[in-house]
Structure formats: structure tokens, C-alpha cells
Design a protein around this ligand. Structure first.
Ligand code: PAF
Length: 292
């Protein structure tokens, strides 16, 4: 296990010297099958896989769950042994943000809507730490889950705009058998909340089915009305869970995240809702090519 950036650089240089490509899986720990699938994909792509475990204070708002965020390091290390024992980087806060640290990576545009509107400082914290991890590890590729769809858009934009030589690989969302997207925060849910949380993924499945059934992609006249119908369908489904409070339901261009008024090209449907003090997000990507 590597604790410092200096040691990490040394490890990375050794890998590159041995002609190995490095694949970084950035995480905040509390690992689940979703993270493990990223590690498995990284193992296929690269000869040297690195998992970072760092609960990044910079991406939590003042009233968010930084202090409660689970940190089951022993269990995480045990889980990583089941997927090829990748190298693990576990810095402490002072290593990543030494006294006097005063930098911020800010990406405009795609950081603003949806999560950005509800968590205004969140993405600056994400891009700052992810860029630091990219630079410290000199990684060739980095692996992220589609579940954090907007985060992936933001990181892709950062990589493009700053000419960062890291390939971004996005892996499908891993779900519980009933459809709930896996998340480290699912462990906050009480039994009743867990039972209700499933409406989020169910609402997206319904919306997707509605779009396919109505052959929306094939019609020439895809109008606001249909878009509203989809949003209403999602809303009604989510509202069947009495404790679920919707933050947003959005249908957007998957690259720019601009909201779509008509669905005649690829689209992503994004939802976020709170249940108790836990915030859950999910999304589905609709590829027009699949439905024409
Ligand atoms: O997705 C996460 O777990 C975090 O946002 C990340 C990418 C590890 C940055 O702290």
C-alpha cells in the first residue's frame, strides 16, 4: 500500500520503465461490486492497476456527509484481493492538501446544471483531486462508472480542455438484483428506505420502455409534449415511494448536458432524489442508433 505521492511517483516510473500501462481507478473507498468491476476492466486494459482510496474533503459541501462517510479500509483491501490485488494508494488529507494548499481546478459549463445546482462546490473538489491523482500517478488510463454520469462529463471536459494525456474509460453501472444502482451511500439506507429506493431505477426503466414502445426516436414529430410525458411518468413512479423527495429529473444531451426540448438524438435521462438524509442519483443513456 502506498501512502505518499513521492512513493506513488516512484511506483509509476517503475511500471512505465517496465513498459506497463497504468490504469487508475479513483475511489473514496467503501468499495462495492461497482468499484470491483472498474478494477476488473482496468486489469484487462492495463498491465498495472492502481486503486486510490481517498475520501476527498474538497468535494463535500459544508452540510454533507464527509465525517460520516464510511471508511472500512481493511474490508476494502480484502475485496481488492479478490480482483487481482491491484496496487493501492491511500493518502491522508495532509498528503493531498498540505498546509497552505490553495489551488482549484474549475471547469465551466457541464459542472453547472443538475448536481452542480444542488452541490455548488462539488465538481471543483472532484476535478481538483482527480487532476492531482492523474499527475501523481502519471496514469495512462482512468476508469469511472456511468452511474456518476455528470462527473464523467466533467472529467472528460477537463481532460480535453487541459490536454491531459489520460484515456477515460467509462464502465456500465452495476446494479443490485432489484435494479438499485450500487453506491457506497446505499449503506446509509434503513430497511424501509432501501425498499423504497428501488423506484429510482424502476422509473428510468419505465421511461426507457416508453420511449422504445412509442418509437419516439422514429417519429418525425418529437415534441415537448412527449418529453413532458416522460418526465411525468418518472415523477409519478418516484412519488409512489412516500419518503422520496425529487431533486431533479432531466433529459439532456449526453455530451454537453444541455437539456433537450425534443428527443431526436442520443439522450441521457438523469434523476436525483433524497430519502431521509441520503441523496441518490441514477441515469439511463438512450442511444438513438439502438432504436432506429
Ligand atoms: O466518484 C468518486 O468516488 C469520487 O468523486 C472520485 C472520482 C474518487 C473523486 O474523489
Amino acid at each position: 500500500m502506498i501512502r505518499t505521492i513521492k512513493e506513488l511517483r516512484c511506483w509509476s516510473r517503475q511500471q512505465h520503465h517496465a513498459q506497463k500501462r497504468i490504469g487508475l481507478v479513483p475511489t473514496m473507498g467503501a468499495l462495492h461490486e461497482g468499484h470491483l468491476s472498474l478494477v476488473k476492466t482496468a486489469n484487462q486494459y492495463c498491465e498495472a492497476t492502481l486503486v486510490s482510496i481517498f475520501v476527498n474533503p474538497a468535494q463535500f459541501g459544508v452540510n454533507e456527509d464527509f465525517y460520516q462517510y464510511p471508511r472500512p479500509l481493511e474490508n476494502d483491501l480484502r475485496l481488492l484481493q479478490t480482483v487481482g490485488s491491484p496496487e493501492v494508494f491511500v493518502p491522508d488529507v495532509a498528503e493531498m492538501y498540505p498546509a497552505g494548499f490553495d489551488a482549484l481546478v474549475h471547469i465551466g459549463g457541464v459542472t453547472q446544471p443538475f448536481e452542480g445546482a444542488f452541490r455548488p462546490t462539488h465538481f471543483d473538489g472532484v476535478t481538483t483531486v482527480v487532476l492531482k491523482l492523474f499527475l501523481a500517478s502519471e496514469t495512462d488510463a482512468a476508469f469511472f462508472g456511468q452511474k456518476d454520469f455528470q462527473q464523467v462529463c466533467v472529467i472528460r471536459k477537463m481532460v480535453t480542455d487541459l490536454n491531459i494525456p489520460v484515456e477515460i474509460v467509462v464502465c456500465p453501472t452495476v446494479r443490485e438484483p432489484d435494479g438499485l444502482a450500487m453506491s457506497s451511500r446505499n449503506r446509509y439506507l434503513t430497511e424501509s428506505q432501501r425498499a423504497q429506493a428501488v423506484v429510482l431505477s424502476q422509473s428510468l426503466t419505465l421511461a426507457e420502455k416508453m420511449i422504445i414502445d412509442e418509437k419516439i426516436f422514429n417519429t418525425e414529430t418529437i415534441r415537448q409534449k412527449i418529453r413532458q410525458k416522460i418526465r411525468q411518468k418518472i415523477r409519478s413512479k418516484i412519488e409512489t415511494a412516500s419518503d422520496m423527495k425529487i431533486d431533479y429529473i432531466a433529459i439532456a444531451n449526453p455530451k454537453t448536458l444541455d437539456e433537450l426540448t425534443t428527443i431526436d438524438s442520443d439522450a441521457v435521462i438523469l434523476v436525483a432524489a433524497r430519502i431521509g438524509t441520503t441523496r441518490l442519483i441514477d441515469n439511463v443513456l438512450l442511444s438513438i442508433a439502438d432504436h432506429r
